[in-house]
Design a protein around this ligand. Sequence first.
Ligand SMILES: [Zn+2]
Length: 135
Amino acid sequence: MEQALRALVRRRAGEFCEYCRLPQAASRISRFHVEHIIARQHGGPTNAENLALACGFCNFHKGPNIAAIDPDSGRLVALFHPRRDEWTDHFEWHGTMIAGRTAIGRATARLLARNDWQRVEVRENLQGLGEPFAG
Ligand SMILES: [Zn+2]
């Protein structure tokens, strides 16, 4: 992947994970990943429209998935798509927890383990330091 394309994705995301909104500044050990929203193995192209910035935790849990089960309805739904979907349409903050507002939001939040205790602890620590835990 070209360096210019990676730079575009980072700049466009404002250096925040496009899935959990964690700031890159909170993860000083590893750089966030430029990931394929629709994985290459599903035919997803390497272009600006199909790339997103993701923290290592979100990218690890997302893997090549493009859909997940909505825990409320049991239906299979597409995952949140950072280029086509608005974050605030599908998710909302409950303190330092992320809640899904829609089937897409609930399915994505569960698949990406957004409220895993380690992630909530990171947000709480940032909050305690007076630093933003979300963009
Ligand atoms: Zn993330």
